[in-house]
Design a protein. Sequence first.
Length: 446
Amino acid sequence: MANAATQGTMPGMLPASEHSAQLRKAVIAATIGTTIEWYDFFIYGTAAGLIFGKLYFPHEDPLTATLAAFGTYFIGFIGRPIGAAIFGHYGDRIGRKATLIATLLCMGIATFLIAFVPTYASIGIWGAVILTVLRMLQGIGVGGEWGGSVLLAMEWSRTHGQRGLVASWPQFGVPSGLFLSNLVILAVSAWSGDQFATWGWRVPFALSIILVGIGLWIRLGILETPVFQALLDRNKIEKAPIVEVIKRQPREIILSAFLRMAEQAPFYIFTAFVFAYATVTLHMSRDLILAAVLVGSCVSFVTIPLSGHISDRIGRRKMYLIGAVVTGIFGFIYFGLVDTALPVLVFIAIVLSLVPHDMMYGPQAALIAEAFTPRLRYSGSSLGYQLASIIAGGPAPLIATALFARYHSGYVISVYIALCAVVSVIAAAMMPDYTGQDISREYDEE
């Protein structure tokens, strides 16, 4: 159990008013920060599905160009575990706050520069090369963001019974970023019209620099979490946290990665692959798909924190298992509706697609972060979370495109989603559940 020194630095020992104020600031800073980071990350995915194939791989047939564009998209997911290792190390060494400022700068600058990358018509294949490098930097930035944002909020939580809800707010940044990115692209698409492929697509990337400035201002005004401050006070900082967490908690890292198969892979099929699938294959309106994803992200504003709250009542693992099973079933419903190519049914399918995802994504932050001991928590949770990018989110649009190219059926993609769900059900069943327990103590003290 935690010793007296530890307890003296915990949030419960702070005056109630001061703690509440710091908790609010931490949650706001974490949520706005993740919103900005995911806005940056998602506009690339949308642009890859809509326009990058034509601009950077113009001599390929539409299907091959789409595959090539999603290939550059995948590079960002390779960068995410790298970012998790780099920023996880510093997050456990120098603190959550300083590290989160660095991740925001890394992501924001890379996104801003994408707005100025010349196309194939200007510099040939070098345009795609530059795009790939900047996408890698995006991935590194977002790879270090998640762990710090979740810990910033969760480690200020006063009571064990609200950690699922509190930790779900940084997750709220995903639908917020998705909403914002699709809203801006939809607005720019309407504004630029036929010029969208010429210059319109660059505007959302350029606007990101404004969001970065807002995010920096907010994050500079927050305090370090009491859990990390306690580690400093007790001289519990590890010299090589990444090495240490791999040695001490490899099981939790691996389970965290496989846990996300049913959450992350379908998410990028529903929010990135669908643009290419609906516009190129089904010949549907670009703006209809953008609007549907926009409305779907609004639904997530409710379902993510609600799922986190429910996990405080029934347990993280149980809530996650329910979400994984529902996702496996919903994949068949989704493509059954989308393949009709009827605008109303396609719209309904896309709007509802994030609900099963959110049933997992809400409790996921607390489920993963709670599994790691405090002095290794940033490194362990970030690494486990971001390793899923290589096996789930990154290859998902590529796999979906390849499956459709081979079988010409959305049904096969549904089978792929169901298989991802099976993997997550097994991983969730094996994942430790610390719902309602003290997360300030070191798990290896006893």
